[in-house]
Ligand binder design. Structure first.
Ligand code: CA
Ligand code: CA
Length: 298
């Protein structure tokens, strides 16, 4: 299996002119070896977010050029598995996170992973559910640091980008230039304190070019749902875009006129928050597959 490590290539911004470190064929499975979001710099509870060089955090391993992918196609990235390290961490700091104005000093909590559970405390052990926090492609235009989520993917912090699920990304540049990182052993919707359980690890991803499927923003497919994922400067705008995309998917997949799909979304599709802490915010509309009569992407 092809393997690409952060030691071969790591990016801190998604730009139109990304240079690939390796190439994959459509259908190939690639292993991405990833640092944790803080580049391995948080090793003990004495290390905090305030001690970091922000130019060296949230790196994404890659990019991988995907042969045959062209603007107007989509990339389907199926997460086949995520292995995580033995230890992760959470950090908080003043002015970041939903309650940043209530945080008086930075602090870090080291969280061991044992037998598939995150040991938060003696009495609180939670089954891990690893996901990919940052996954994206070269954008249409502009340079987006890996802190930003956007139409190109990036720092989506969407917990459904996990084993067994696929994320569809628009292809804006020839070869797509896929990169990923920022693994979380566990994270809840919202990521309210600004960190999940940040952890190093290895992602196994099958990459397929889906020819001629035009999407404007990321879409996630799980066992039982299609999820329209949208990011914008405010949560309100992200919610509007996710609903816009999701209702269009529902109308197509359920073969309904737009007005009916809009009404159906309001009673059957949850509008949820992926994250409310990154420079842009990410919302998602979750559409149960049971409503669909055909594939919603074309
Ligand atoms: Ca993140
Ligand atoms: Ca993170």
């Amino acid at each position: 299996m092809k393997r690409v490590s952060f030691e071969d290539g790591i990016i801190y911004s998604f730009r139109p002119d990304l240079e690939p470190v390796t190439t994959a064929r459509s259908g190939e499975t690639v292993e991405f070896v990833c640092q944790d979001a803080c580049g391995g710099l948080i090793r003990s509870e004495k290390d905090t977010l305030e001690s970091l060089d922000l130019d060296r955090v949230n790196g994404a391993t890659g990019p991988v050029r995907v042969m045959g992918s062209r603007p107007g196609d989509a990339l389907r990235v199926l997460i086949r598995g995520i292995r995580v390290a033995a230890t992760g961490f959470q950090s908080i700091a003043p002015k970041v996170g939903v309650l940043g104005d209530e945080v008086s000093r930075p602090s870090t909590k080291i969280i061991p992973i044992r037998d598939g559970k995150a040991v938060f405390s003696k009495s609180i052990r939670l089954p891990i559910h690893p996901h990919v926090g940052t996954i994206g492609v070269a954008p249409n235009e502009g340079s987006w640091t890996t802190f930003y989520p956007g139409d190109h993917g990036g720092n989506l912090d969407t917990k459904e980008i996990a084993k067994g699920n696929a994320v569809y990304l628009p292809v804006f540049q020839p070869g797509a230039q896929l990169a990923m990182g920022d693994i979380h052993a566990l994270m809840a919707d919202g990521e309210v304190c600004v960190t999940g359980i940040e952890i190093a690890g290895t992602i196994r991803a099958q990459i397929d070019v889906v020819r001629g499927v035009h999407i404007e923003r990321p879409v996630v497919e799980t066992m039982d749902a299609w999820i329209a994922v949208a990011s914008a400067p405010t949560l309100d705008e992200a919610a509007r875009l996710a609903t816009h995309d999701g209702v269009a998917l529902l109308a197509r997949g359920a073969r309904l006129p737009w007005d009916e799909a809009y009404m159906l979304a309001s009673i059957a599709c949850d509008l949820r928050i992926s994250q409310d802490v990154d420079p842009w915010r990410t919302a998602k509309l979750v559409i149960p597959k049971s409503l669909m009569r055909r594939l919603p992407l074309r």
